[in-house]
Design a protein around this ligand. Structure first.
Ligand SMILES: [Zn+2]
Length: 144
């Protein structure tokens, strides 16, 4: 059979079958046939205990030069995402919350110059970007 990459990615991440069906709008058979084709173990009823979000986050990253962090987990439409309890927040958002201990306002995005970076300390939300811009304007004038 043809294996759908998005189903395979979520299965390998341990996303529960119900969540895969709901997220990708696929049927029970599509998920279970993919699991069998990939020779992954059958799901445990009731699921396994949920990892702390920090553990789940760092398990899907690898450090790169200059303190940046690369996402090795699932991507959807080019955005790194952490599948968890039926939700798929972006890894930028999760990283932002881990570092700043609050929800981002607007989108969280890396402010370090590397567009794929998920390092928690490198994430910025809209007010932070606006404040930085205001500071640059006050230093360099309105030419920016
Ligand atoms: Zn970075």
């Amino acid at each position: 059979m043809r294996i759908r990459q998005d189903i395979a990615d979520l299965l390998r991440e341990g996303v529960p079958q119900q969540d895969i069906m709901r997220t990708l709008h696929v049927g029970h058979n599509a998920v279970s046939e993919t699991r069998v084709a990939l020779q992954l173990p059958a799901p445990v009823r009731g699921g396994r205990p949920l990892q702390p979000i920090e553990t789940a986050f760092y398990a899907r990253t690898e450090p790169v030069d200059d303190g940046h962090l690369r996402w090795t987990g699932h991507h959807a439409n080019g955005v790194p995402r952490l599948g968890r309890q039926g939700k798929h927040p972006s890894a930028y958002q999760v990283g932002f919350q881990l570092h700043h201990r609050r929800e981002p306002v607007g989108h969280a995005k890396p402010g370090c110059g590397w567009a794929q970076c998920v390092a928690p300390a490198h994430q910025e939300d809209r007010p932070m970007r606006e404040q930085l811009r205001a500071q640059l304007v006050s230093i360099f004038g309105g030419a920016l």
